[in-house]
Design a protein around this ligand. Structure first.
Ligand SMILES: NC(=O)C1=CN([C@@H]2O[C@H](COP(=O)(O)OP(=O)(O)OC[C@H]3O[C@@H](n4cnc5c(N)ncnc54)[C@H](O)[C@@H]3O)[C@@H](O)[C@H]2O)C=CC1
Ligand SMILES: O=c1[nH]c(=O)c2[nH+]cn([C@@H]3O[C@H](COP(=O)(O)O)[C@@H](O)[C@H]3O)c2[nH]1
Length: 143
């Protein structure tokens, strides 16, 4: 099953921020939306970076408390590794594990189609396993 199946369930809305906005703005967005990452897009809507809770923690260590007034571009990860809608859920789990990242923007032909997180992938695999168990139980009952 592919990333597209996850997006069908959770939708394609992505919370984004501009690179010139402050780290405090990014923190406020993540807090308000209850997410761990914001995708950084330029004025044309092109993905230019990613800023996660972990980048803010690292930023505080590197720059001190004043990091909150710095622009997001100073602490974001760039360039950004992304995934495509046709990638398998297994593949994105491998990428997240190998690269130690918990979020991947979904991009196709330069268009930002959605966001998948480690929790989305776990939830998807959990529901798949539950469905498999239910099917096996039905087979056992009807025999
Ligand atoms: N029951 C469910 O369907 C889900 C449960 N969770 C749980 O929530 C907790 C935190 O989840 P995590 O995956 O660590 O990350 P998270 O807290 O950043 O993500 C939570 C949800 O917000 C979405 N999201 C994150 N950043 C976004 C952005 N910038 N724009 C749009 N959507 C964005 C993710 O795709 C995910 O669906 C975990 O305990 C996880 O297991 C997470 C996803 C789905
Ligand atoms: O190239 C990337 N593509 C991504 O989709 C992505 N998501 C998170 N990160 C970076 O990884 C580190 C940990 O982020 P998480 O809080 O998402 O685990 C932090 O440094 C994040 O900036 C990404 N880098």
């Amino acid at each position: 099953m592919s990333v597209e199946a996850i997006l069908k369930t959770k939708g394609s809305n992505v919370f984004t921020i501009r690179p010139e906005h402050s780290v405090a703005d990014a923190a406020a967005l993540m807090s308000a939306k209850k997410v761990g990452v914001a995708v950084v897009c330029d004025a044309k809507g092109t993905v230019v970076g990613v800023v996660s809770e972990r980048d803010i923690v690292s930023g505080i260590t590197q720059f001190g408390k004043g990091v909150v007034d710095m622009p997001v571009r100073n602490i974001m990860t760039s360039p950004v590794l992304t995934c495509g809608p046709g990638d398998s859920v297994k593949r994105i789990m491998e990428i997240m594990t190998e690269r130690r990242i918990r979020h991947l923007p979904v991009v196709d032909g330069g268009d930002l189609l959605g966001m998948v997180s480690i929790g989305d992938a776990v939830n998807f695999r959990l529901r798949e396993a539950q469905m498999e168990t239910a099917v096996l139980r039905d087979i056992a009952v009807t025999r």
